[in-house]
Design a protein. Structure first.
Length: 119
């Protein structure tokens, strides 16, 4: 669900950022997806989970940068500035909440693996 929503919002970034920040955000999201699959399949998960944790934080910072730069607020001729600001906050909020949930899942996963390694 997160990747679907993220791709929808990234398609509306300004055209000068399609191959800049938008591409970096999209690539980081796919890296997170790949690392989650890798973490499920690997026997020794510590390095994969560490990379996953870093990737989640990197994506979080890139999303914040995109929000601060105003890339989540695309507008048409009929939209007002207030509407665009509200849409921008809503879009960033949706993605941020979903990414926070992913971060919680990864954190719990790391905690579980650390407990298993103590035995």
């Amino acid at each position: 669900m997160f990747l679907k929503q993220l791709n929808l919002y990234l398609n509306h970034f300004p055209s000068h950022e399609k191959f800049g920040l938008a591409l970096g955000i999209r690539n980081d999201a796919y890296v997170i997806f790949d690392l989650m699959v890798e973490g499920q399949k690997r026997h020794y998960k510590k390095t994969s989970l560490t990379e996953l944790d870093v990737a989640v934080e990197r994506l979080r910072m890139k999303l914040l940068l995109a929000y601060e730069l105003g890339y989540f607020s695309y507008k048409t001729k009929s939209d007002t500035v207030v509407t665009c600001a509200m849409l921008s906050e809503k879009r960033y909020g949706v993605l941020s909440l979903q990414l926070d949930e992913i971060g919680r899942i990864v954190g719990g996963w790391i905690k579980k693996v650390k407990e298993e390694l103590k035995w």
